[in-house]
Design a binder for this molecule. Structure first.
Ligand code: AMP
Length: 182
Protein backbone atom coordinates (compact mmCIF):
# COMPACT_ATOMS: atom_id res chain seq x y z
CA UNK A 1 0.00 0.00 0.00
CA UNK A 2 1.29 3.43 -0.93
CA UNK A 3 -0.11 6.21 1.26
CA UNK A 4 0.77 9.89 1.01
CA UNK A 5 0.43 11.82 4.26
CA UNK A 6 -0.39 15.30 3.13
CA UNK A 7 -0.79 18.63 4.90
CA UNK A 8 0.93 21.85 5.90
CA UNK A 9 4.11 21.81 7.99
CA UNK A 10 3.15 21.18 11.62
CA UNK A 11 -0.08 19.24 11.08
CA UNK A 12 1.55 16.14 12.56
CA UNK A 13 2.54 14.22 9.42
CA UNK A 14 5.81 12.98 10.91
CA UNK A 15 4.25 11.77 14.16
CA UNK A 16 1.36 10.09 12.39
CA UNK A 17 3.58 8.55 9.69
CA UNK A 18 5.68 6.74 12.30
CA UNK A 19 2.56 5.34 14.04
CA UNK A 20 0.90 4.40 10.76
CA UNK A 21 3.99 2.68 9.35
CA UNK A 22 4.11 0.60 12.53
CA UNK A 23 0.39 -0.23 12.45
CA UNK A 24 0.41 -1.18 8.77
CA UNK A 25 3.82 -2.83 8.87
CA UNK A 26 5.22 -0.81 5.98
CA UNK A 27 8.14 1.56 5.48
CA UNK A 28 8.11 5.29 6.15
CA UNK A 29 9.87 7.82 3.96
CA UNK A 30 10.20 11.38 5.25
CA UNK A 31 11.99 13.56 2.71
CA UNK A 32 12.52 16.16 5.46
CA UNK A 33 14.31 13.57 7.64
CA UNK A 34 16.28 12.38 4.60
CA UNK A 35 17.45 15.95 3.91
CA UNK A 36 18.33 16.62 7.55
CA UNK A 37 20.42 13.42 7.62
CA UNK A 38 22.11 14.31 4.31
CA UNK A 39 22.89 17.81 5.61
CA UNK A 40 24.31 16.44 8.84
CA UNK A 41 26.50 13.99 6.93
CA UNK A 42 27.47 16.67 4.39
CA UNK A 43 26.64 14.45 1.41
CA UNK A 44 26.43 16.04 -2.08
CA UNK A 45 22.61 16.15 -1.82
CA UNK A 46 22.90 17.59 1.69
CA UNK A 47 25.16 20.38 0.48
CA UNK A 48 22.70 21.21 -2.32
CA UNK A 49 19.70 21.15 0.04
CA UNK A 50 21.03 23.03 3.07
CA UNK A 51 20.28 26.63 2.08
CA UNK A 52 16.70 25.78 1.09
CA UNK A 53 15.94 23.77 4.24
CA UNK A 54 17.42 26.48 6.49
CA UNK A 55 15.26 29.15 4.83
CA UNK A 56 12.09 27.03 4.75
CA UNK A 57 12.05 27.03 0.94
CA UNK A 58 11.45 23.97 -1.21
CA UNK A 59 14.51 22.03 -2.30
CA UNK A 60 14.55 21.92 -6.15
CA UNK A 61 12.57 19.04 -7.65
CA UNK A 62 15.59 17.35 -9.29
CA UNK A 63 17.40 17.15 -5.95
CA UNK A 64 14.25 15.79 -4.27
CA UNK A 65 13.96 13.16 -7.01
CA UNK A 66 17.49 11.97 -6.28
CA UNK A 67 16.81 11.37 -2.60
CA UNK A 68 13.41 9.73 -3.21
CA UNK A 69 14.64 7.37 -5.92
CA UNK A 70 17.53 6.26 -3.79
CA UNK A 71 15.29 5.62 -0.78
CA UNK A 72 12.55 3.84 -2.71
CA UNK A 73 14.98 1.37 -4.25
CA UNK A 74 15.57 0.02 -0.75
CA UNK A 75 14.39 -3.51 0.03
CA UNK A 76 12.01 -2.31 2.78
CA UNK A 77 9.87 -0.47 0.22
CA UNK A 78 8.69 -3.61 -1.60
CA UNK A 79 5.63 -3.89 0.69
CA UNK A 80 4.67 -0.26 0.22
CA UNK A 81 5.29 2.88 2.19
CA UNK A 82 4.00 5.96 3.91
CA UNK A 83 5.23 9.07 2.15
CA UNK A 84 5.62 12.00 4.53
CA UNK A 85 6.40 15.40 3.03
CA UNK A 86 6.55 14.18 -0.56
CA UNK A 87 5.30 15.08 -3.13
CA UNK A 88 5.16 18.84 -2.54
CA UNK A 89 4.87 20.09 -6.14
CA UNK A 90 3.11 18.93 -9.29
CA UNK A 91 6.40 17.85 -10.98
CA UNK A 92 7.16 15.77 -7.87
CA UNK A 93 3.70 14.16 -8.08
CA UNK A 94 4.38 13.30 -11.74
CA UNK A 95 7.83 11.93 -10.89
CA UNK A 96 6.30 9.79 -8.14
CA UNK A 97 3.72 8.39 -10.51
CA UNK A 98 6.44 7.44 -13.00
CA UNK A 99 8.61 5.90 -10.33
CA UNK A 100 5.72 3.81 -8.99
CA UNK A 101 4.33 2.75 -12.36
CA UNK A 102 7.80 1.47 -13.34
CA UNK A 103 7.41 -0.89 -10.37
CA UNK A 104 3.79 -1.75 -11.22
CA UNK A 105 2.54 0.30 -8.27
CA UNK A 106 0.31 3.34 -7.75
CA UNK A 107 -0.71 5.70 -4.95
CA UNK A 108 -3.58 4.09 -3.00
CA UNK A 109 -4.67 7.00 -0.78
CA UNK A 110 -3.75 10.58 -0.01
CA UNK A 111 -4.55 11.51 3.60
CA UNK A 112 -4.89 15.24 4.07
CA UNK A 113 -4.41 16.26 7.71
CA UNK A 114 -6.23 19.49 8.48
CA UNK A 115 -5.11 21.86 11.24
CA UNK A 116 -5.65 25.64 11.36
CA UNK A 117 -2.64 27.97 10.89
CA UNK A 118 -2.53 29.40 14.42
CA UNK A 119 -2.49 25.90 15.98
CA UNK A 120 0.28 24.95 13.54
CA UNK A 121 2.40 27.94 14.51
CA UNK A 122 2.05 27.33 18.25
CA UNK A 123 2.83 23.60 17.79
CA UNK A 124 5.95 24.32 15.72
CA UNK A 125 7.23 26.99 18.10
CA UNK A 126 7.04 24.38 20.87
CA UNK A 127 8.88 21.76 18.78
CA UNK A 128 11.90 24.03 18.36
CA UNK A 129 13.67 22.48 15.33
CA UNK A 130 16.30 24.74 13.65
CA UNK A 131 13.75 25.83 11.00
CA UNK A 132 11.02 26.39 13.61
CA UNK A 133 11.51 30.14 14.09
CA UNK A 134 8.42 32.19 13.52
CA UNK A 135 9.54 33.96 10.30
CA UNK A 136 10.72 30.67 8.76
CA UNK A 137 7.54 28.89 9.86
CA UNK A 138 5.47 31.60 8.19
CA UNK A 139 7.54 31.20 5.01
CA UNK A 140 7.03 27.42 5.06
CA UNK A 141 3.27 27.94 5.40
CA UNK A 142 3.27 30.43 2.51
CA UNK A 143 5.30 28.01 0.36
CA UNK A 144 2.86 25.22 1.27
CA UNK A 145 -0.15 27.34 0.27
CA UNK A 146 1.43 28.47 -3.01
CA UNK A 147 3.15 25.31 -4.24
CA UNK A 148 1.85 22.27 -2.37
CA UNK A 149 -1.82 22.90 -1.57
CA UNK A 150 -2.76 22.90 -5.30
CA UNK A 151 -1.95 19.16 -5.29
CA UNK A 152 -5.12 18.65 -3.22
CA UNK A 153 -7.23 19.31 -6.33
CA UNK A 154 -5.06 16.99 -8.38
CA UNK A 155 -5.45 14.06 -5.95
CA UNK A 156 -9.10 14.86 -5.32
CA UNK A 157 -9.78 14.69 -9.06
CA UNK A 158 -7.97 11.34 -9.10
CA UNK A 159 -10.41 10.11 -6.42
CA UNK A 160 -7.60 9.44 -3.95
CA UNK A 161 -8.03 12.22 -1.39
CA UNK A 162 -9.45 11.82 2.08
CA UNK A 163 -9.39 14.71 4.58
CA UNK A 164 -8.95 14.09 8.30
CA UNK A 165 -9.30 16.44 11.26
CA UNK A 166 -5.73 16.65 12.62
CA UNK A 167 -6.69 18.34 15.89
CA UNK A 168 -6.86 16.21 19.00
CA UNK A 169 -4.99 13.49 20.82
CA UNK A 170 -2.26 11.73 18.76
CA UNK A 171 -3.96 8.32 19.15
CA UNK A 172 -7.34 9.71 18.29
CA UNK A 173 -6.01 11.25 15.06
CA UNK A 174 -4.22 8.00 14.25
CA UNK A 175 -7.45 6.03 14.66
CA UNK A 176 -9.22 8.45 12.32
CA UNK A 177 -6.51 7.85 9.70
CA UNK A 178 -6.64 4.07 10.02
CA UNK A 179 -10.43 4.17 9.74
CA UNK A 180 -10.13 6.18 6.53
CA UNK A 181 -7.71 3.66 5.03
CA UNK A 182 -9.73 0.53 5.74
P1 AMP B 1 9.68 18.65 6.66
O1 AMP B 1 10.51 17.85 7.60
O2 AMP B 1 8.76 17.79 5.82
O3 AMP B 1 8.96 19.79 7.33
O4 AMP B 1 10.71 19.32 5.62
C1 AMP B 1 11.70 20.22 6.06
C2 AMP B 1 12.30 20.95 4.87
O5 AMP B 1 12.90 20.00 3.97
C3 AMP B 1 11.31 21.72 4.02
O6 AMP B 1 11.03 23.01 4.55
C4 AMP B 1 12.05 21.77 2.68
O7 AMP B 1 13.09 22.74 2.73
C5 AMP B 1 12.70 20.40 2.61
N1 AMP B 1 11.83 19.40 1.96
C6 AMP B 1 11.33 18.25 2.52
N2 AMP B 1 10.61 17.57 1.64
C7 AMP B 1 10.63 18.28 0.48
C8 AMP B 1 10.03 18.10 -0.80
N3 AMP B 1 9.25 17.03 -1.08
N4 AMP B 1 10.27 19.06 -1.75
C9 AMP B 1 11.06 20.11 -1.48
N5 AMP B 1 11.61 20.36 -0.30
C10 AMP B 1 11.41 19.45 0.69
Amino acid sequence: MIVILFGAPGVGKGTQAVILAEKLGIAHLSTGDAFRAAIKNQTPVGLLAKGYVDAGDLVPDDVVARIVEEAMNGEEFTNGCILDGFPRTRPQADALQQLLSAKGLAVDKVVNLEVDDETIISRLLQRGRADDQEDIIRNRLAVYNAETAPLLDYYNDAGLLVSINGIGDVNEVSSRIVAALT
